[in-house]
Write a new protein. Sequence first.
Length: 168
Amino acid sequence: MGWEWLLRARGSSGGRVSWGWGQGAIHGFRETEIAQWSEESREILQRVRDEAFPPGMSQLSLVHVLDLDKSGYIKPHIDSVKFCGCTIAGLSLLSSSVMRLVSEQNPEDWMDLLLPRRSLYILRGPARYEFTHEILKDEESFFDGQKIPRERRISVICRNLPILPAPT
Ligand SMILES: O=C(O)CCC(=O)C(=O)O
C-alpha cells in the first residue's frame, strides 16, 4: 500500500475533528477527515468496512485520519455516543503501538492490545462503551514485557453513525 495519498491529505482540514474526546485528550498530532479517496484506497477502506460493520449499518462517510508524532499519544477516553455509534474500526499505519483498555467501573480490570503496524482493530460492545481506550506514549509502550517502539503513527478510523432517538 502506498502512503502518498495520506501524506498529501495531511493538514487539509483546518479545524479539530471532535469525537467528544474533550480538551487535551491527544498530544502531538495532526488530523483530518477525508471524503474522497483514490480507487486503490477505496478498495482497502471497503474491506475494513465489510469486516467491521454488518450490511445496512449507517456509517460516517468521512474517514478520520490521525497522525501522531513519535512523541504523541492519546489519553484514556470513551468516544462520545453523540458523535459515534457502536463500532470504531482503525487501521494502524507506519508504527506499531499499544492500546490500553481500562474498565470505567473497575480500573483494576484492564488489558493491553498490541496493534502491529498495518493491522486493523475493531472496538465494539463493552470495549466501546465500558472501557476507556488510549494509545500509550513511547516511554510506556511495552507489551508482554517487550518494548514496542513508537514511531510516527497514522491511524485511519471508520465509525458508524450514532442511533438517534426517535423524534417525539
Ligand atoms: O488512533 C487510534 O487508533 C485511536 C483513535 C481513538 O482513540 C479514537 O478514535 O477514539
